[in-house]
Design a protein around this ligand. Sequence first.
Ligand SMILES: Cc1cc2nc3c(=O)[nH]c(=O)nc-3n(C[C@H](O)[C@H](O)[C@H](O)COP(=O)(O)OP(=O)(O)OC[C@H]3O[C@@H](n4cnc5c(N)ncnc54)[C@H](O)[C@@H]3O)c2cc1C
Length: 388
Amino acid sequence: MKTDVIIIGAGASGLMCAAACGKRGRTVLVLDHAERMGSKVLISGGGRCNFTNVNASSEHYLSANPHFCRSALARFTPRDFLALVEKHHIRYYEKEAGQLFCAGSSREILAMLKQECDARQVQFLLKHGVAAVQKDKDFSVTTDHGKFRADSLVIATGGLSYANLGATDIGHRIAKQFGLKVVPPKPALVPLLLTSGDQKAFRELAGISLDAVVSCGKKSFRGNILFTHRGLSGPAILQASSYWNKGDRIVIDLLPDRSIHDEFQDKRESRTTMQNLLSGHFPRRFAQTWCDLALVSKPIIQYSDKELRRIADQLHAWEIVPGGNEGYTVADVTAGGVDTRELSSKTMEAATVSGLYFIGEVMDVTGELGGYNLHWAWASGHAAGEFA
Ligand SMILES: Cc1cc2nc3c(=O)[nH]c(=O)nc-3n(C[C@H](O)[C@H](O)[C@H](O)COP(=O)(O)OP(=O)(O)OC[C@H]3O[C@@H](n4cnc5c(N)ncnc54)[C@H](O)[C@@H]3O)c2cc1C
């Protein structure tokens, strides 16, 4: 069987690309080894699909080639995706910081993409595992159910996280097979693990959530942090995790809106204990554990100036060196991937292999939390769909 285009991967980017290719009159076949299409779209945003972010622009993406994503983002904006959503009468709302979610269910987004494909006679073959890809005058894709040929081949196989939903490294392997570089992949938007000593010390705090600013290198994120049984999670930690590499320090400001040192000065003569004072800012359990671990709680009047300065510094810049992260089984996305320096930023086509395209999470473009990753899937899928 021969079509103009074969897309491997019926996820977010593959479906968007299929609809865009179909719109140009191209015959399109989408192959996927999973039993159903768009599994990650379905579970995204806790089932409500945070499908885009009105602030989508290159500064919200991590890549070894930071400007690469600009062109595709400029040519397919959040407004363009919203036009589709509105055309399909899908109700949505803005949660916070530009994050747009379905008011109903992420199933509506998947149904929308499927309808856009069906309107252009896109063919789907699910439960078709791809065994090999070859190129002579055109591309041939060998699956466990036969061979398929096409003039253009689009790799939309996503990242490595959630293998139970169909994630594999085939996209990275195909890139390497054709001589393209792959930026080493790593789990991103993932909870961090504390070292075993810290785990023991903070175990009692599991379930406690605090507003904080989390910094890793030059990147800082404001939001909640959540103590887990094994480490730290919550939006601000997940964001920082994408920038974290083994051995790096994470610095956490536990009181971002105030100077606790100024408050110590205001209460310099007070007989209130440190634990009571901190309980005014934190859950009591946290204040107690912090005092037990970091200092002896006594009335403020009894501390030396040096001690108060040290305590304030620790609260505003709590330094930890995580022991690791929770890995691909729970990571929202994969950082790294096909090196974008090998691809055209306009078309997503490999510079050295004509007709071979990479889109979505398989490539080295990783969005921050908040709808940016799906928006990259739409924008890159649309860009390739205009040329493949
Ligand atoms: C729990 C969770 C929640 C998320 N929530 C959000 C959110 O709310 N907003 C947001 O922006 N992002 C979110 N993301 C990230 C987002 O879902 C992904 O970045 C996005 O789906 C990537 O699109 P993609 O097309 O590149 O890959 P995918 O959507 O993962 O699709 C890849 C497809 O390729 C197929 N495939 C893989 N290997 C093979 C193979 N060997 N042969 C054939 N087919 C293959 C897979 O079966 C899959 O269907 C979330 C991710 C997770 C895990």
